[in-house]
Write a protein of this length. Structure first.
Length: 276
């Protein structure tokens, strides 16, 4: 492949985007730049959890030594917090005008648009390499003359990508631990990941609680808030509701009613509820 313009690898540090380096090498394709859209929670706190921050630094060193390219960490003008507190100015929704933006919606969220995606668009004549594996045909529609997957051209499936990363010391910790990749404050993450943030990074959890207090939009589309999850995890820690198996939000109300009954009747408010 040879065209006018730059050849840019959009790097997420996941196995597929990192394995693009091996596929590009195998294909003999040119590579001028490696770009990563760095998201920050605040001006001083990254959106990645510490293990991922450490892995990125390690991967950057390996890439620099082997491919001679310095990974460019590009930031939006927005942090998550600054965009979160931005006032709504949408003329199409006058009822929301002047209100704090708050948590992003699950679909069509502003965080991907304003914090990440727009920063990866190359200039005129550039070719963007993306990590779409050969066994992901449902994503082939994202490819074009300007957006190309070296993995598809080289026939590398996801298993091949993981093996290559393992062999080259470039396998992210998200594949070997229970830690999820992406932003630690993302509303899309499941309950067990939120539980890990609360348990292992209480300072970050407290920041999420603060944002939750200030948001006019609920954390989850079903109306549940970070405070709801905090109460759920607290009751699980105390053994008042089970921490595994199917969960019912109504269990929180049932537990509260039981505690109120004990208080009313002179009992212990911390009494067990029999596994509600």
């Amino acid at each position: 492949m040879k065209r006018e313009g730059e050849y840019i690898l959009s790097l997420s540090y996941g196995k597929d985007s990192l394995a693009c380096l091996g596929a590009i090498e195998q294909l003999g394709w040119p590579l001028n730049r490696i770009v990563h859209a760095e998201v920050w929670a605040t001006d001083t706190i990254p959106a990645d959890l510490p293990p991922m921050v450490e892995f990125k630094a390690k991967a950057d060193r390996i890439i620099k030594e082997r491919w001679g390219i310095e990974v460019e960490h590009i930031r939006s003008k927005w942090t998550f917090e600054s965009r979160f507190y931005c006032k709504v100015t949408d003329r199409a929704k006058p009822e929301f005008r002047g209100r704090t933006t708050g948590w992003p919606l699950m679909l069509g969220s502003w965080c991907s648009r304003d914090l990440k995606i727009s920063k990866l668009i190359g200039g005129k004549g550039s070719v963007n390499y993306v990590g779409i594996a050969a066994d992901e045909p449902n994503r082939f529609g994202q490819l074009s003359d300007k957006t190309v997957s070296p993995l598809v051209e080289a026939g590398w499936d996801e298993a091949k990508c993981r093996k290559w990363c393992e062999e080259n010391g470039l396998l992210s910790p998200i594949y070997t631990t229970a830690t999820r990749g992406g932003c630690w404050f993302c509303p899309k993450q499941p309950a067990h990941q939120l539980r890990l943030v609360r348990k292992n990074y209480p300072d970050l959890w407290e920041l999420m609680m603060k944002w939750d207090n200030d948001s006019p939009v609920s954390f989850k589309p079903d109306g549940h808030t970070v405070h709801d999850y905090d109460e759920r995890f607290r009751l699980e820690d105390e053994g008042l509701i089970p921490g595994n198996g199917p969960f019912r939000w109504s269990a929180l109300d049932e537990t509260q009613l039981t505690a109120e009954w004990y208080i009313t009747h002179g009992g212990d408010s911390n009494a067990r509820t029999g596994g509600l």
